[in-house]
Each structure stands twice: as structure tokens, then as C-alpha cells.
Design a protein around this ligand. Structure first.
Ligand code: ADE
Length: 226
């Protein structure tokens, strides 16, 4: 899969997407990632990417021209254009899975008070928010989306199972995990996990997953689980 990120702050994206699993995904060819500076598509002397809002108000608005020029220079007939903004549809595992089946994503990162709405209406396929809070910069949100999508690509994770077992893909949060030592400061690992009995372990995990979901994310539970 190919992903192009368009941002005024490429460095915000580079480090988190250049380490560990994201680094290996690129080295193996599973992900072709390009991080671009939107300013490279400005044509004026001052390389302006923002301007004051029509109608007045605080802050600056990102100008449409460099964004249209950048997207149009990168766009193919199989591209999906995503705009990172707190006004977007809330990102989740299901959307990550849909994105991971695309051939090409172009992710446009907002900054300042907003982006000229003609970008939203005429250029973007959809607007995405990573949660109900406002970041200083859409590049941080783009990193989250690229990471969540990339780990779902074939052969990126160690064994294919690991993504299938994730919290959210089963509809429940994951059960707690433990490792050695079996006792630490007097706190013991639950007996079921040490039993070697696969049915007992599966039953314990299911029960714990339900309890954890009920406690932390009751909104995820369907009526039949309660
Ligand atoms: N830009 C600022 N806040 C954001 C958010 N929550 N999601 C996506 N882009 C953003």
C-alpha cells in the first residue's frame, strides 16, 4: 500500500513512523510512505499556506491552492483523500480495516484554525477525527491513522493472529496478560493461566474481557453480553 502525508510539519510524522514495526513495514515493501511538506506546493514569494478567515474571527485558515496542487500531483485513479480534522468522523478499528484495503491513501493534515472548506467539499473523500479533543496539529492524528492501518497490512505483524486477537476486532476489550514471575511482591498470576488447561484459560479470558469491557467501555457491550 502507498500512503502520502501532506503536512506543514513533516518532522512530526517522521520519527514515530520511522521506528520499530513501521520501519520494518517500509523496509519489507508492505508500506510505501512519503511525507511531504505542503509548503513545497506554494507559488508565491512568501510561500504562504494560510490567510485570515473571511467574515472575521480568530486565527488563520489554510489556503486551498497548495493543498489542491499537492493532492492533484499525487492523485491516481485508485487514491482515497482523507482530511484530518476534529470535525471529522471518529476513527475506529473498523475504519482502520477499510483503509487498510485501499491501494493509496493521501492524508491531508490541518493546522491553524481550519482548512478552506472547498478542500473538504471538492477534494477530500472523507474527514477523519481521531477523538473528541483538539490537537494543535493534524500531523499527530495522521501518525495515529497510519500506524493503525499499517499494522493491519498483510505480513506486517509477526504472526497474522495478532491483529485478529486485538481489542475491538472481537467487540470486547482484551483480557489482562501476565508474564513471569508467577508471583511478584506477593501478587500472584491467576491460577487459571498457570493451569495449562486450554478450556479453562479461554473461559477465564472471556470472563475477564467482559468484566473489563463493562468497567471501561460499557458502550461496546451489546445487549446479549450483559
Ligand atoms: N486536528 C486537531 N485535532 C484533531 C483530531 N482530534 N483529529 C484529527 N485531526 C485533528
Amino acid at each position: 500500500m502507498r500512503i502520502d502525508i501532506l503536512t506543514l510539519f513533516p518532522e512530526i510524522c517522521r520519527a514515530p513512523l520511522g521506528e520499530s514495526i513501521m520501519k520494518r513495514a517500509q523496509e519489507s515493501g508492505a508500506l510505501e510512505l512519503r511525507i511531504h511538506n505542503l509548503r513545497d506546493w506554494t507559488t508565491d514569494k512568501h510561500r504562504m499556506t494560510d490567510d485570515a478567515p473571511f467574515g472575521g474571527g480568530q486565527g488563520m485558515v489554510m489556503k486551498p491552492e497548495p493543498i489542491f496542487a499537492a493532492v492533484e500531483s499525487l492523485q491516481r485513479n485508485d487514491s482515497m483523500v482523507i482530511l484530518m480534522t476534529p470535525q471529522g468522523r471518529r476513527f475506529n478499528q473498523e475504519i482502520a480495516a477499510k483503509f487498510s484495503s485501499q491501494q493509496h491513501l493521501i492524508i491531508v493534515c490541518g493546522h491553524y484554525e481550519g482548512i478552506d472548506h472547498r478542500v473538504t467539499e471538492q477534494l477530500a473523500d472523507l474527514e477523519i477525527s481521531i477523538g473528541d479533543y483538539v490537537l494543535t496539529n493534524g500531523a499527530i492524528a495522521a501518525v495515529v491513522v497510519v500506524d493503525a492501518v499499517t499494522r493491519l497490512l498483510p505480513r506486517v505483524l509477526g504472526h497474522e493472529q495478532s491483529a485478529a486477537d486485538d481489542s475491538f476486532s472481537s467487540g470486547l476489550l482484551e483480557a489482562p496478560q501476565y508474564t513471569r514471575p508467577a508471583e511478584f511482591r506477593g501478587w500472584k498470576v491467576p491460577d487459571a493461566l498457570l493451569s495449562g488447561n486450554h478450556a479453562a484459560i479461554a473461559a477465564w479470558r472471556r470472563e475477564q474481557a467482559l468484566a473489563r469491557t463493562e468497567q471501561n467501555r460499557p458502550d461496546l457491550l451489546s445487549k446479549e453480553d450483559r
